[in-house]
Ligand binder design. Structure first.
Ligand SMILES: [Zn+2]
Length: 77
């Protein structure tokens, strides 16, 4: 069906890509609150989407493979 797949915006180049073709990645953003007296650090996770070419360019595929390999090796220990 036409237009059934929602479009997401590539976070790298701004191109609109169908969600089933987009590469999903998770970016961890850390905040340090130096202005306050306590050294509280906030961590937030943000979902980002890349088109295929941007995903390749950013090395998302490679990183995901490395993460999977690391998780697998940890599982074996
Ligand atoms: Zn892109």
């Amino acid at each position: 069906m036409r237009g059934s797949e929602p479009l997401v915006r590539c976070d790298n180049c701004g191109r609109n890509v169908p969600r089933n073709k987009a590469v999903e990645d998770e970016r961890v953003i850390r905040y340090g609150t130096d202005m306050n007296n306590k050294d509280i650090k906030f961590m937030t996770r943000r979902k980002v989407h890349y088109c295929i070419s941007s995903g390749k360019h950013k090395g998302v595929f490679q990183r995901k493979a490395e993460q999977a390999a690391r998780a697998a090796s940890r599982f074996h220990q």
